[in-house]
Design a protein around this ligand. Structure first.
Ligand SMILES: Cc1ncc(COP(=O)(O)O)c(C=O)c1O
Length: 387
């Protein structure tokens, strides 16, 4: 690490983060070794550069949706304020019923949280009270893993395949009697890549016989509708699978904090026996989420516009000689080829906020999708910075 890198504080991914930047480890293309010969609990080789404090005009750093919240959600939230003297349990019940219908399960299969982070942490906390190990891809979104490690669980990190999918065979091999959870993020953060749904479903069926399989589908709605294949129907079939979703991304409600998970009723009961359900939620956000679910044209616009900005960003970067990982999400990761500290300083000085990582000693940039104007601003600024 150069002196320049030392001057700026690096953030270890496994330790610190905020929504959308909490990503980690080794971008290794090699196939994972068999579990038995593997030395687990490796130190993360991903570091994120602390972002400069400069004010920015174009915010492309936390995978936020620039188009919302939906107008219908805004009206519902404003109307809810005047009944803010009452607790939110009825609203939570209404949202659960709607989500249960959407997912083909009962309300007892739904748990809500103030954002899906709350649920990732609650599952990690309750599953890892007695230690054990958690199997996930590497790199992965680290919220659940960070909490698991804090409760002394071992992290079994399995590198993604060379086409950035989960290495499901290696992950299955990594499961043993002490595995308390397998964490899958599909599409994955920070890579933006997907794992084939049919293969993932087969994996879930098999792995859930041995341990809980947690599938984080935060970005699923950015896929074309025919490709939005959730693992939630496995729960209706009775498998020990948990599916987590959020209103922060396609619904554009990141700062309003609503997420939910679909799980077996006994899984939810196991959690709510230890920590309260519903109490971190607020009435306005719940009413907003209910209205947003019904605003299908807003959701469709978010998806289509994000697809357009993704194509523009991918093509523009490629035209400049960069090789972004094909993304199915609202962000994109690409190798930077320059000192990430200088890059970040210059991007922020020019008013554009992005993220930079050092992954296996190689610099990478993750850029979130903004509006088309914002992505044009990104590309213009990027060209000036990289010279
Ligand atoms: C993969 C993934 N899961 C979960 C979250 C948490 O989102 P929230 O807590 O806002 O629902 C994020 C946020 O960026 C994410 O990228």
């Amino acid at each position: 690490m150069s002196n320049q890198f030392n001057r700026r504080q690096w953030i270890r991914q496994a330790g610190i983060g905020t929504a959308g930047l909490f990503v980690a480890p080794t971008l290794v293309h090699a196939k994972a070794e068999k579990a038995k010969s593997k030395v687990w609990n490796l130190r993360s080789s991903v570091f994120e550069l602390a972002t400069p404090k400069a004010p920015i005009r174009t915010r492309l750093l936390a995978n936020e949706n620039p188009y919302g919240p939906s107008d219908k959600a805004k009206v519902a939230m404003m109307e809810a304020i005047s009944s803010g003297n009452r607790y939110q349990h009825e609203d939570a019940g209404r949202l659960k019923a709607l989500l249960a219908e959407k997912e083909g399960v009962t309300s007892e299969h739904i748990m809500l949280g103030p954002g899906s982070t709350d649920l990732l942490e609650k599952v990690a906390l309750t599953q890892c009270l007695g230690g054990g190990n958690v199997v996930s891809a590497d790199p992965a979104y680290m919220a659940l893993i960070k909490t698991a490690k804090a409760f002394s669980a071992e992290w079994r990190n399995v590198p993604l395949t060379k086409d950035w999918a989960h290495d499901l065979d290696a992950m299955y091999q990594a499961i043993d009697d002490d595995t308390v959870l397998v964490y899958i993020c599909n599409p994955n953060n920070p890579t933006g890549s997907i794992t084939d749904a049919a293969k993932l479903k087969a994996f879930c069926r098999k792995a859930a016989k041995k341990t809980m399989v947690f599938v984080d589908e935060a970005y699923l709605e950015f896929l074309d509708p025919s490709d939005q294949i959730s693992m939630a129907d496995l729960i209706a079939e009775g498998h020990n699978v948990v599916v987590c979703r959020t209103f922060s991304k396609i619904h554009a409600m990141a700062g309003l904090r609503v997420g939910y998970m679909v799980a077996l009723p006994e899984t939810i009961e196991g959690i709510t026996a230890k920590v309260r359900d519903n109490m971190g939620l607020n009435k306005s956000a719940l009413r907003g989420a209910i209205a947003s679910l019904e605003d299908t044209s807003f959701l469709e616009n978010s998806r289509v516009w994000t697809k357009e900005t993704r194509a523009f960003t991918f093509d523009s970067l490629q035209a400049l000689g960069y090789k972004p990982i094909p993304s199915y999400t609202s962000f994109m990761l690409f190798p930077l080829g320059m000192d990430p500290e200088i890059y970040l300083d210059q991007m922020f000085d020019a008013g554009v906020g992005v993220r930079a990582f050092q992954i296996n000693n190689e610099p990478w940039c993750r850029v979130s999708m903004g509006t088309m104007e914002e992505m044009e601003d990104f590309i213009r600024t990027f060209k000036k910075v990289v010279g």
